[in-house]
Design a protein around this ligand. Structure first.
Ligand code: 5GP
Ligand code: ZN
Length: 115
């Protein structure tokens, strides 16, 4: 099964990557709905939030905090997770939409050298 977000996590498909660590990756949504629209994913393929191992839930939460701080938007973002096709989940690789209408002045993507 081909998964676009697995390909992005493995570096096989280009994306504007804002943050990554050993467990999580954050990149720009290709079709942003707001000035800041990032997708926060586990690097491993998981489909449903309620089946996600607890340690990964914690890692995603930690990453959300890190990116909110980097963007200086700690008090100005929304999270959305579409769970299941009937709720609008198009990509089956679990992801939170991190959306803000705040300033994008701190939105700097990783360079080739930093990847
Ligand atoms: P979902 O509807 O599954 O919650 O959200 C999937 C999101 O992935 C959509 O907002 C869509 O714009 C985004 N998306 C789809 N294909 C790609 C892609 O190839 N690269 C990136 N960066 N985002 C994508
Ligand atoms: Zn995947």
């Amino acid at each position: 099964m081909t998964c676009i977000f697995c390909e992005i996590a493995r570096g096989e498909k280009p994306a504007k990557i804002f943050y990554k660590d050993d467990a999580t990756i954050v990149f720009a949504d290709i079709n942003p709905k707001a000035p800041i629209h990032l997708l926060v994913c586990p690097r491993e393929h998981h489909e449903r939030i309620y089946k996600l191992p607890a340690d990964l839930v914690l890692r995603l939460t930690k990453t959300i905090g890190i990116i909110a701080e980097k963007l200086q938007l700690e008090d100005n973002f929304r999270l959305q997770l579409n769970n299941g096709a009937r709720a609008g989940q198009i990509i089956d690789h679990l992801h939170f939409h991190f959306i803000s209408r705040g300033s994008d002045e701190h939105l700097e993507y990783l360079t080739e050298e930093q990847l």
